[in-house]
Write a protein that binds this ligand. Structure first.
Ligand code: ADP
Length: 161
């Protein structure tokens, strides 16, 4: 059975993330979406539990997707799960430099695991969790940015801050 891992902060999940996850689910038998703490973005808005819950609800109709939280080394996690690939989404060139370094590091740490870059759908090129938080905090409509099942909860949480 081929297992892929889609890691990220998912603070919160967007329709851009969901597109990468659902396309990955067509290529592998099982996909594990794992919420991780990005040390470069320490001040997340949503708790790990909320992020996991949002992803679970957003992927409920994709039968081969499971969701997890891990606060540790990705390479270690992937090997522990017996996964063969880490799948990352790429939007703009600026994503590439850091992702490239991470991929080389993970190859060094887990030599049997491949990092696969999936190019974003053009309609999601601009989209990130930060865009969602910014637009919503100024009262903008995020209906096109996050999965419909979680939109109201995200708006409520962001506006009560
Ligand atoms: P991280 O903190 O690790 O960058 P993110 O939650 O921001 O975590 O992103 C997780 C993954 O999803 C990354 O590989 C990122 O490039 C990808 N991603 C984020 N937004 C999009 C998008 N709109 N289209 C395609 N991939 C995306």
């Amino acid at each position: 059975m081929s297992i892929a891992v889609c890691p990220g902060s998912f603070d919160p999940i967007t329709v851009g993330h969901l597109d990468i996850i659902s396309r990955t689910a067509k290529l592998f038998d099982q996909v594990i979406v794992v919420v991780m703490i990005n040390r470069k973005k320490p001040s997340g808005v949503f708790t790990p539990e909320e992020r996991v819950d949002f992803i679970r609800r957003s992927t409920a109709d994709i039968s081969n997707v499971t969701v997890d939280f891990y606060d540790g080394l990705l390479a270690e996690y992937v090997e522990k799960k017996g996964a063969v690939a880490i799948v990352k989404g790429l939007r703009v060139l600026s994503d590439y430099e850091d992702e490239f370094k991470q991929a080389l590091t993970n190859k060094k740490l887990a030599e049997n695991v491949e990092t696969i870059f999936m190019v974003t759908d053009t309609q999601y090129m601009f989209l990130s969790s930060s865009v969602v938080k910014e637009v919503c905090s100024f009262g903008g409509d995020i209906s096109d940015f996050v999965p419909a099942q979680i939109k109201d909860d995200i708006v409520k949480r962001l506006r009560e801050r």
